[in-house]
Design a protein around this ligand. Structure first.
Ligand SMILES: Cc1cc2nc3c(=O)[nH]c(=O)nc-3n(C[C@H](O)[C@H](O)[C@H](O)COP(=O)(O)OP(=O)(O)OC[C@H]3O[C@@H](n4cnc5c(N)ncnc54)[C@H](O)[C@@H]3O)c2cc1C
Length: 118
């Protein structure tokens, strides 16, 4: 294995997804995924809360917001297609005072803009 076509460093969710996509799109290429631990998903990806985010916390139109909304839709489609157990339970954001209520109103408006832009 002195020479390979593609090397991806890090077998977290991003590295695994990139490796899958490159292998699928370029089946003729030799793809190597390097990970410093013995197994995949041993760092951040193994500690995540498993929430499929809606994107309402990010500024409207930002790359992060657009990718989050698009990823949300794709992830639900992926789960349905591959029978990955999941629940769409919505989100409750609770406020403790008037100041937080104002902030939540902003998040609510942000979320509505995201929903309309898709
Ligand atoms: C507490 C917490 C909760 C979260 N909850 C959610 C959630 O509910 N929903 C959500 O969408 N997102 C959530 N996130 C964010 C999400 O988990 C991360 O954005 C995502 O896991 C990042 O994946 P990654 O592949 O970029 O990084 P990582 O999972 O950190 O993967 C990087 C990999 O690279 C390896 N690596 C690093 N350097 C080298 C090297 N030199 N050689 C070889 N290997 C190397 C590491 O060992 C690691 O396995 C959460 C994050 C945290 C911290």
């Amino acid at each position: 294995m002195e020479k390979v076509d593609v090397i991806i460093v890090g077998a977290g969710v991003v590295g695994l997804a990139v490796a899958e996509a490159v292998s699928r799109l370029h089946p003729d290429k030799e793809v190597v995924l390097l990970e410093k631990w013995e197994k995949f998903g041993q760092e951040t990806s193994g500690r995540n809360s498993e929430v499929i985010h809606g994107g309402m916390y990010y500024p409207t139109g930002s790359l992060k917001a657009r990718l989050c909304v698009e990823g949300n839709k794709l992830l639900y489609e992926y789960c349905a297609k591959h029978k990955v157990a999941h629940q769409k339970i919505g989100k409750i954001i609770i406020t403790r005072n008037a100041e937080e209520e104002k902030a939540v109103q902003g998040i609510f408006e942000q979320g509505q803009k995201m929903a309309f832009r898709g």
